[in-house]
Design a protein around this ligand. Structure first.
Ligand code: SF4
Length: 315
């Protein structure tokens, strides 16, 4: 019995704040992979690799045991800022990174966040945009702190609560309630609760989302959004498909870190050499083009001269 308990203690020590670990690599956590050969959603031991790129050069990377991207943004950016102090002024990321905690971090560090949130696309489409019952479409009177429901009733502030994320970030939620929903002809479409309709609102998150929305729909935001698929996604594609790097060749986080670092250096050097070669080729092509232009000009002149001489002879 005692050795078994010792075994459990040892496992808990290895686990730390995770809920699984691999017996062959204690640093690896079981997570769902994009590559699902069996098509049954089976989890496999691995690391969540995060990279940042600039003009398709890998600028920073790190490995995480958390399978969701949301919790990796802050440690990743902290690592980036350590490597490049006072360099990070703006960042672009997809909706997997748009949380109140991440937006707050970016705001506190004066980083312009072109970061989507989960409902960014959905809220621009008709079903949600035209839904008069959706919380985000209810009129809010900020001065007197109340919402107006589709029936025109005031939904007054009845309390607040706090919620904690997995990383310990605290969100403050305000609760509003309609005064009297009984007998309302819109009730069936409005809500399903037994009493009066109650809504929970995170005002800080709404403010941060509005800020992100304005940035993302600006001219610069649209340019950045169109560039995102050809930045990190393209780099991942080249690494996985063109270079065939789909698995780490080592066990343990430190070794996997070293493994990918070497690959990233090689990838960047390859990119640089190709860029230089392209530049040289471009120069050569331009040179050849100028040479062809000069030759054609000379031919044209000589033809013209010959024509003139012929004309004189005929006369
Ligand atoms: S059910 Fe209540 S909250 Fe909904 S529209 Fe009617 S009065 Fe307003």
């Amino acid at each position: 019995m005692v050795p078994k308990l010792d075994g459990y203690d040892k496992s808990l020590e290895i686990l730390e704040d995770r809920n699984s670990y691999s017996k062959t690599d204690h640093d690896a956590t079981f997570m769902r992979m994009k590559e699902d050969a069996m098509n049954n959603g089976q989890t496999k031991p691995g690391y969540n690799l995060q990279i940042s790129t600039s003009k398709q050069f890998v600028t920073h990377f790190d490995l995480y045991h958390n399978p969701t991207d949301t919790l990796t943004l802050i440690p990743f950016l902290e690592g980036y800022m350590k490597s490049f102090p006072n360099h990070l002024k703006e960042t672009t990321a997809d909706s997997g990174y748009g949380s109140e905690e991440n937006y707050t971090f970016l705001e506190n560090h004066d980083i312009t966040a072109f970061v989507k949130y989960n409902y960014f696309h959905k809220e621009q489409h008709k079903p949600l945009k035209n839904n008069a019952f959706a919380v985000q479409n209810l009129h809010y009177n900020a001065q007197d702190d109340y919402y107006v429901c589709p029936m025109g009733q005031h939904m007054t502030h009845i309390g607040s609560k706090t919620e904690q994320s997995d990383s310990g970030f605290t969100s403050y939620i305000d609760i509003y309630q309609a005064r009297n929903c009984s007998g309302c002809p819109l009730r069936a479409s409005c809500h399903k609760s037994k009493g009066n309709r109650t809504i929970s609102v995170n005002h800080n998150l709404n403010r941060l989302k509005k800020k992100a929305f304005d940035l993302l729909t600006s001219e610069e935001g649209q340019r950045r959004r169109s560039r995102r698929p050809i930045e990190p996604e393209a780099v991942f594609g080249q690494i996985k498909t063109c270079m065939g790097y789909k698995r780490f060749r080592h066990f343990g986080k430190k070794k996997c870190h070293m493994d990918f670092a070497i690959l990233a250096i090689a990838f960047n050097l390859l990119k640089l050499s190709r860029l230089k070669a392209t530049n040289v080729l471009d120069l050569l092509r331009k040179g050849v083009f100028v040479f062809i232009l000069c030759v054609s000009y000379r031919i044209l002149i000589s033809v013209k001269q010959k024509a003139k001489i012929l004309k004189k002879v005929v006369e």
